[in-house]
Design a protein around this ligand. Structure first.
Ligand SMILES: [Zn+2]
Length: 212
């Protein structure tokens, strides 16, 4: 009983977006919890994705890759559908849900006709990220909750640590308090995405967009 392929969708229209390039917009009012479209493309291994985009300009944030799990990446640059044009948003109206190792975009609230669809790409940080990675993946979603970057977590934890260390050294300082407050500020990692309807709780762990 495989889930039917959702290559097209009457819920949406692709047109130019004020956020970035082309975007996906509601063709009509979409109820909350609607499975709008499937994220389709060439299903390849991580190694193959690396190879395919070996010469990719590291300063180009354009990506059609979606990490399904440790083994599979969907490259919507090859055989992709309209789902690849859904832009990132820090506080979007959709989320990506992985089921049977396939990716679906679902609304998390009612979307009015003409509204642009968006979901959080939660692009992972990697050890070999260039120092300007947050500039490359700067977010301009315009949401009041915009964290300024498409990357997740919002801040590089390594940088945070470095700052904390520096602060810890001057023992004399009287305003030593703020350090702890800062640490708790970090968003509850991943837990938000754990709300997947999929029965396999594991499936969303590796979810997110890749860049390569
Ligand atoms: Zn944003």
């Amino acid at each position: 009983m495989a889930i039917p392929v959702m290559r097209t969708s009457s819920w949406i229209k692709v047109r130019n977006s004020p956020i970035h390039g082309r975007g996906v917009f509601a063709a009509k009012r979409i109820p909350k919890g609607t499975r709008v479209i499937e994220y389709l493309g060439d299903r390849i291994s991580h190694a193959e994705a690396d190879q395919r985009y070996e010469d990719h300009n590291p300063n180009d944030n354009h990506t059609f890759l979606f990490i399904v799990d440790k083994k599979v990446v969907i490259d919507a640059g090859v055989g992709g559908n309209a789902a690849r044009f859904i832009n990132h948003s820090c506080d979007g109206n959709c989320e990506s849900v992985i089921e049977d190792r396939r990716v679906f975009i679902e609304t998390t609230r009612v979307v009015q006709k003409g509204e642009e669809l968006g979901y959080d790409y939660e692009i992972g940080r990697e050890k070999d990220d260039p120092p300007n990675v947050d500039e490359i993946f700067a977010c301009r979603c315009g949401s009041p909750k915009c964290r300024g970057t498409m990357l997740w977590p919002a801040k590089d934890p390594r940088k945070k640590k470095a700052v904390a260390k520096k602060k810890a050294t001057p023992v004399k300082s009287t305003k030593g308090k703020p350090t702890k407050g800062k640490a708790t500020k970090g968003k509850p990692s991943k837990s938000k995405s754990g709300k997947s309807k999929s029965t396999k709780g594991k499936s969303r762990a590796g979810a997110g967009r890749s860049r390569r």
